[in-house]
Design a protein around this ligand. Structure first.
Ligand SMILES: Cc1cc2nc3c(=O)[nH]c(=O)nc-3n(C[C@H](O)[C@H](O)[C@H](O)COP(=O)(O)OP(=O)(O)OC[C@H]3O[C@@H](n4cnc5c(N)ncnc54)[C@H](O)[C@@H]3O)c2cc1C
Length: 491
């Protein structure tokens, strides 16, 4: 007896949706994705990919700050095409030495070319979206443009079109939260999605919110030449992250000229004749040319028939799911930012894949958040995996901790930086690696070794016996493991 193909309808073409579609297609299902903005989702078109592309340019600019210490000089003749010049009052990365006594050599600087940066970001996002579309087409996934909604049991509607489905996955994502007293206008008052539509770099940027998004943009724009004021309602930036790591980012930012206003809650933001004004709870005001509002994300779960279909939402509108992405309604799964589980592309994608494996009867491992590797793309980057310092400090986990500053790492010295560290958490007695924090340039690439150790339950002995290249930053990971091999102090 031949079995008919399972029909899957997916609302949302971001990582939660398209990764699920690929798994379902691989398993032989008949798959339809409904997407209203563009394949790749907000991740590719407005959020993760554009911001990391901006940060790629910013990181290079930041790296140039230290080039004179490394013995690099850039000299340009006055008026030489392509020479770098600083506009009066504009900040820039110093590339050169003081003008040589024998004119006409001049003091030269790198300057961000905003139109080129923004157009590269838009082109790259479009290209990435096209790659996703090509891959889905190659796997035979049907794509419908439009706004999908749950019409009735087993039916998703897009306008007048109805799609019959045995299983529905909702992967509708989230969008920036807007405060009624700080409504973005796309010109001076901006959400993180509107930044790339500007024609110039904000000269004086006030960033409201010091969570991951706020801190990333503050570091990037500062490196590109904006004068940044970061308004944080908490004492320090990145209040939910490893406190040691957050302090490094805050210190580096301030050293580079960023102004961080701690314990300063913004209550409103508005336009002035030539810029913006942000009012703080304590009566102070902060002025700038532009204001970037990063005050959280809200799920895109309204008006798509969720409540009518019996899908349970939490108080903030996120879809409640279990660890295999099931909602409260049989046959309806949800993945990604609309579930609020952990707003990362990798988590969205894994939730989507798990949903399909489960729905299509494959063996499936429930989502394990303890093993998620994540990075905050600040200057320097903060990469984390596994248990946190807070878990250890509050006694949730009993662990030994070692923190090695990178200032003593030979490769870091050669590369000309000293801010950052490697921290490892290991289980007492067994020495099994439970987690780690790496603060360094490209920490996002370095964390894999620790992530592998956490996933595979490796011990510090096993890491300590692993060869690391000399000189390398990863040498600090094996060195940290060696430090933890020493017998624990008596209790
Ligand atoms: C500034 C910023 C930077 C980030 N950087 C990173 C990073 O470096 N690394 C990382 O892992 N994560 C990052 N994230 C988070 C990451 O972007 C999200 O976790 C990821 O996009 C979630 O994927 P998703 O599929 O759930 O939703 P999305 O990517 O938001 O996709 C949802 C899609 O659903 C569509 N949609 C919604 N409703 C409907 C409907 N009714 N019908 C049809 N289509 C619909 C939307 O148009 C959208 O395209 C960042 C987020 C922001 C805001």
């Amino acid at each position: 007896m031949s079995q008919s193909r399972s029909r899957i309808a997916i609302i949302g073409g971001g990582p939660g949706g398209y990764e699920a579609a690929l798994v379902a297609a691989q398993l032989g299902a008949d798959v339809t994705i409904i997407e209203e903005s563009g394949l790749g989702g907000s991740c590719v078109l407005t959020d993760c990919v554009p911001s990391k592309t901006l940060i790629a340019t910013a990181s290079l600019m930041a790296a140039m700050e230290g080039t004179s210490d490394l013995g690099i000089r850039f000299d340009h003749e006055p008026g030489e095409p392509g020479g770098f010049g600083r506009q009066p009052g504009q900040r820039g990365a110093a590339w050169g030495s003081l003008a040589r006594a024998h004119a006409p050599r001049i003091y030269s600087h790198a300057r961000a070319d905003a139109p080129q940066i923004y157009s590269r970001i838009r082109d790259l996002a479009r290209a990435q979206s096209a790659d996703v579309a090509k891959r889905l087409a190659a796997e035979g996934v049907r794509v419908i443009s439009g706004r999908g909604r749950l019409a009735r049991r087993g039916v998703v509607a897009v306008g007048d079109t109805e799609i019959q489905a045995d299983t529905v996955l909702v992967a509708a994502g989230a969008h920036p939260r807007v405060l009624p007293t700080a409504v973005p206008d796309g010109e001076r008052l901006l959400t993180c999605r509107q930044l790339y539509d500007l024609t110039e770099l904000p000269s004086e940027l006030v960033v409201v919110g010091s969570g991951v998004t706020g801190a990333e943009f503050a570091c990037a724009l500062q490196a590109l030449g904006s004068q940044v004021t970061l308004v944080s309602s908490r004492q320090h930036v990145l209040p939910n992250e490893d406190a040691d790591a957050a302090m490094v980012v805050e210190d580096v930012g301030q050293r580079r000229g960023m102004s961080v206003l701690g314990r300063s809650r913004a209550v409103s933001a508005s336009r002035t004749a030539d810029g913006v004004e942000v009012c703080l709870e304590d009566g102070r005001t902060v002025r700038g040319s532009h204001c970037l509002l990063t005050v959280g994300m809200v799920p895109s779960t309204e008006g798509i028939g969720l409540a009518e279909s019996g899908v349970g939402l939490d108080a903030r509108g996120f879809i409640a799911v279990d660890r295999v992405s099931r909602t409260s309604t049989p046959g309806i799964y949800a993945a990604g930012d609309c579930t609020g589980v952990w707003m990362l592309a990798s988590v969205a994608a894994m939730q989507g894949r798990i949903a399909m494996w489960h729905a299509l009867g494959e063996a499936v491992q429930p989502l394990r958040l303890r093993h998620v590797a994540a990075t905050i793309f600040t200057e320097p980057e903060i990469a984390t995996v596994g248990v946190s310092q807070q878990d250890v400090d509050t006694g949730v986990v009993g662990a030994r901790v070692v923190k090695l500053p990178l200032a003593t790492n030979a490769r870091a010295k050669m590369d000309g930086f000293g801010d950052g560290f490697v921290k490892l958490f290991t289980r007492r007695n067994t020495g099994i690696v439970l987690g780690g924090v790496i603060v360094a340039p490209r920490a996002s690439e370095l964390i894999l070794g620790v992530s592998l150790a956490v996933e595979q339950q490796l011990t510090v002995d096993e890491i300590a016996h692993t060869f690391a290249v000399y000189p390398s930053l990863s040498g600090s990971v094996t060195e940290a493991a060696r430090r933890l091999m020493q017998p624990a102090e008596p209790l």
